[in-house]
Design a protein around this ligand. Sequence first.
Ligand code: AHR
Length: 317
Amino acid sequence: SAVAASMAIGASASDELIKVGYAQVGHESDWRTANTQNYQDVFSEENGYELSFVDCDNDNAAQIEAVRNFINQELDYIVIAPIQSAGWDTVLQEAQDAGIPVIIADREIEASEDLYDAWVGTNTTNEGITAGNWLAEYMDGKEANILVIEGSVGASAALGRTDGFNQVAADHDEWTILDSQSGDFTQDGGQEVMESFIKSYEGKFNVVVCQNDNEAYGAMDAMDAAGITYGVDGDVTLISFDATHDGLQYTLDGKINCDVECNPIQAEVVAGVIQKMEAGEDYDKTTLVEDSAFVAPGIESEYATTMTEDILAGRAY
Ligand code: AHR
């Protein structure tokens, strides 16, 4: 019958779609929202994919569970943006035993390279080094008393940025890192940490490093409330990471001095790896998504591009 025929067509059409599971970190930041949108755009039915998307809400156990469900559902590929860098061996072994290729995306993991098929992401240690190098250039030998609002505890994006920045700080006797606390990559977290920093260190700090833009928005709110000025005309030099649209707007406005980019647009690269796997072609085990950095108007830097209206207009996320 016509109904049976159309069901058969429907079934075969969906059989041809490549089934991809994406275990996403959560929705903690504007960066994350842009990354999710990018996956939904690229892994569309139109492009030949059936995407199973799980927002793991920054819960490590939920993320492991999501991957296990993908294995049980016998998906064709599993993509994981790991919340934590540790603790992946068991479930990755399960995916391997089931013969399902795994691509680690965005952040890094500590597991042996044999346990996953490919990695696509940014070099967050380099992002931290860029922030440190820029600060050294900007301070030009002046004393820096630094407060750091870190990202989520155990996340490679936080570990890498901390490590990279600290590598540069180690070469500067005139720098003191007064304190370093996690703001969990959220605006609320950034605000809370900054409020408590202000209680402990008011009048003692002149640099605040926020490991993502949303934390910087929270830190700015806390400094505004306390009457502390920041940015190119303020008392506090503010560094952020991500360089999302709003972060760059604040940079253009001179409120954030330097915003180090972390590029969330990674799904095309992941899809490229999957297409090569499908075709049985060689693919790169690791693909680095390049980042740059931006500084407020009036600042010239060897390490970053000075913000303009045009750069902001070209930033969709
Ligand atoms: O892993 C990338 C980081 O995670 C981004 O810097 C941050 O905004 C996100 O939450």
